[in-house]
Design a protein. Structure first.
Length: 400
């Protein structure tokens, strides 16, 4: 049995500081997206069996199984269940893949999958992290923060600050073109405040006029943390070939900290006939992989190789790629190792320009991928994200 994508919507990504979405609680934001999905699809929500949402910081306003709260608040009915999951930055894609697995196994007919993260209202790290805050665990696992990991990758494999900044400038340029040409219109949902006024209609973080000169003025982000926190010593102990870390990442070539939510309707073929919807794509293959937990951000490459093997495909069979731009070095390394052209990757910009609402991004990029495949009349796309702890998740979709 196959799992099909019937439709999807997402909110704009709102800036963390002074952004339009910060006045909405995470529940309100995700509720708006679920309602938007229902209205766009004219969906009989009584047919939905479960709502699966990714959310990383599950505490405070994002705690207490926000998926069930949102399903209830969105009017999906008492029968609809909800579950919230956390696979760090790939939580939104993990939700999609969980839904696909349920459908493929015959355990469910119709599910909503997605994610939410209000990074304005629930700060990164608010839920604590054992490996980061317990000294024994940190020492045994050679823990270092992700930003330092990104700098180590750049150092080990010879990516300069100019390489990273050039990629970042292009991400912003592409996002600007996508906004100007209204490429996100099929799935982008205008968000309203509590009294019904539209407060956000486009991704707020993109700066299409960004130049290399602009980025050159920004101070690097992780050198002081590495030195004062003792993380340099951890790196030099584990990677003796690294004599000195070249700190090259900064806010301009790293993912934007934003608010956002997304949702996707996934079901089997029979339910589509029953509710009068045509599938737009089939979820062809999914995979999870884990690598070195210290350097942490190299998962997209091996998980892509694995998901291609599962699908019986080659890199050349993929028309478009979405690789989350957690840090610029991640997609650069991906393109180099897999011989992927930048013309095929993140063609509408990525998280550097648009932002990375942790729990939602994975679902969002699958939706963006599907919209762009349709716009270009292409067939097959692959979405992947790096994840804390060294993990990587990947999903291949094919239009039907």
């Amino acid at each position: 049995m196959n799992a099909y994508i019937y439709d999807h919507v997402r909110s704009p990504r709102g800036k963390r500081k002074g952004g339009a979405l910060m006045e909405l609680s995470p529940s309100m934001l995700a509720t708006a997206v679920l309602k938007g999905l229902q209205q766009k699809s004219n969906l009989d929500t009584s047919k939905v069996e479960d709502v699966i949402l990714g959310c990383v910081m599950q505490t405070g306003e994002q705690g207490g199984n926000i998926a069930k709260t949102v399903a209830q608040q969105a009017g999906y009915g008492d029968r609809v269940s909800g579950v919230t999951l956390n696979r760090f930055c790939a939580s939104g894609l993990e939700a999609v893949n969980h839904a696909a697995a349920y459908i493929n196994a015959g355990y469910a007919d119709l599910l909503v999958a997605g994610g939410v993260e209000s990074m304005s209202r629930v700060e990164m790290g608010a839920d604590g992290m054992a490996v980061a805050i317990q000294p024994r665990l940190a020492m045994d696992n050679y823990f270092i923060p992700q930003g330092i990991s990104a700098d180590v990758i750049a150092t080990k494999y010879g990516y300069s600050r100019k390489d990273l900044d050039t990629f970042a400038v292009e991400s912003h340029r592409r996002a600007g073109v996508a906004q100007k040409e209204d490429r996100f219109k099929n799935s982008l949902l205008p968000i309203k405040d509590v009294v019904g006024n539209v407060i956000c209609t486009k991704d707020e973080h993109a700066r299409p006029l960004t130049t290399l000169e602009d980025l050159a003025k920004l101070p690097t982000s992780f050198d002081m943390m590495a030195e004062m926190g003792g993380f340099n010593a951890v790196v030099y102990d584990k990677y003796p070939e690294v004599e000195k870390i070249n700190h090259v990442h900064h806010p301009g070539n790293s993912s934007g900290i934003v608010d956002g939510a997304g949702a996707m309707l996934i079901g089997n073929k029979e339910i589509g006939v029953a509710i009068g919807l045509k599938p737009r794509a089939v979820i062809k293959a999914v995979a999870i992989y884990s690598t070195d937990p210290t350097i942490m951000l190299e998962g997209p490459v091996p998980v892509t190789r694995l998901v291609l093997k599962k699908a019986g495909m080659k890199v050349s069979d993929i028309d478009l790629f979405e690789v989350n731009e957690a840090f610029a070095v991640v997609p650069l390394r991906f393109m180099e190792q897999l011989n992927v052209s930048h013309d095929q990757l993140n063609v509408n910009g990525g998280a550097i320009a648009l932002g990375h609402p942790l729990g939602a991004t994975g679902c969002m990029i699958v939706g963006t991928l599907l919209d762009e495949l349709e716009r270009r009349n292409k067939q097959v796309g692959l979405a992947t994200l790096c994840i804390g702890g060294g993990m990587g998740v990947a999903t291949i979709i094919e239009r039907v």
